[in-house]
Design a protein around this ligand. Structure first.
Ligand code: FAQ
Length: 330
């Protein structure tokens, strides 16, 4: 079922395109938005289902590492802020599932694929959140990386995805700022608090770099997705921008990026930095990260525990429809 939903043919040369495909590509090249009921190549539809679906799953699974700390937030104010942030992520998931549904896939199908381990979500959420400082580092680095990827996606060619991104980006920038605020507080605190902040950065730095996907030479979808403006930048371009933006923020905090090779490169106008361990990345997305089983287990349990509620809603809707039916017949 997954292959049927998302498998595509790869990048076509103009001479290999049908007249319809060529006209479609010209619309994309002119910067027009594509809307759900308009004609689109099957590969375009499937690529969007894959990317938007995975993105939606990331928002939902992404609630778990931070949800883990809601009951242990150090103050009432921090708890309220964290709770609001985690709820925002649920909202992002819902906008994105709605955008995917306009492409002819149901939310139940997407959920089933996630629960059977057939569909991915972002690698980053397979790492544990061990201390309160991780709440700062997740907001700062993980939301920071998410925004770096999502701001260009506001201009993506598929209308519903682009509009969902506009709203999501507004909320993500608040998330990033709240994470940085936690880091600032901890770095201005006791030596132990600063050490916790450094430890969180040490553990989450490379997993955050991995969020942008494999290096361009190993990215299977980038060429076609960029031609269709489903992706606006390559994985390496965004990773570089993220490093360039984040290093001065770490310096301001008085923290050290855990990369001895990190160095400003005058010629390229950006930092040189060490690549993440790509074998670890591929292992994590194959289901073998530190928390994959817990994360998926938690989602499946939540889905199963909510069955009675979904059934209740359907029963109520059926009853309400039956009550209206005789009136409609009169
Ligand atoms: N994790 O050919 P490419 C957030 C897979 S939102 C897992 O380069 P593509 C908010 C990829 O799917 C974070 N898998 O793929 C938040 C493909 O496998 P497939 C999510 C990954 O699609 C914050 C294979 O590797 N954001 O965090 C990853 O062109 C805090 C080959 O890769 C989005 O989803 C990965 N990191 O580029 C929530 C943004 N990277 O499908 C809570 C939209 C790659 O063939 C708390 N998505 N893979 O089996 C995108 O921009 C793209 O899909 C990329 C990957 C850039 C993620």
């Amino acid at each position: 079922m997954y292959a049927q939903l998302v498998q595509t043919d790869g990048l076509k040369k103009p001479e290999e395109m049908s007249p319809e495909e060529r006209a479609f590509q010209e619309r994309i090249d002119r910067g027009e938005k594509i809307e759900p009921k308009e004609w689109m190549p099957e590969g375009y539809r499937k690529t969007l289902i894959r990317q938007i679906g995975q993105h939606a799953h990331s928002e939902i699974v992404g609630q778990l590492p931070e949800g883990n700390w809601i009951t242990r937030a150090p103050t009432l104010e921090r708890k309220a802020i964290l709770l609001a942030k985690v709820q925002d992520e649920a909202g992002h998931g819902l906008y994105l599932y709605c955008a995917a549904e306009t492409l002819g896939v149901s939310r139940d199908e997407l959920m089933e694929l996630l629960h059977r381990g057939k569909m991915k979500y972002s690698s980053i959420f397979n790492y544990p959140t061990l201390t309160w400082a991780d709440m700062g580092a997740v907001g700062w680095l993980v939301d920071g990386a998410a925004i770096m990827n999502q701001v260009p996606l506001q201009r993506t060619s598929f209308g519903p995805y682009s509009r969902a991104m506009i709203r999501i980006c507004k909320e993500e920038s608040f998330h990033q700022r709240q994470g940085y605020a936690v880091m600032m507080k901890m770095c201005a605190g006791t030596p132990q608090q600063k050490a916790m902040a450094q430890d969180a950065l040490n553990r989450l730095w490379y997993p955050s770099l991995m969020m942008f996907g494999p290096s361009d030479k190993d990215s299977v979808h980038s060429a076609q997705s960029m031609a269709w403006k489903i992706k606006m930048n390559t994985n390496d371009e965004l990773r570089q921008k993220f490093v360039d933006q984040t290093v001065p923020q770490a310096e301001y905090l008085g923290l050290t990026i855990p990369d001895p090779e990190l160095k400003w490169n005058e010629e390229k106008g950006g930092y040189d930095f060490s690549e993440p361990d790509w074998s670890e990345f591929f292992d994590v997305i194959a289901g073998n990260g530190p928390c994959n089983k817990d994360r998926l287990g938690a989602r499946v349990k939540a889905w199963d525990d909510g069955a009675w509620f979904r059934e209740g809603l359907v029963a109520h809707a059926e009853k309400a429809a039956a009550r209206k039916a005789p009136l409609a017949a009169e």
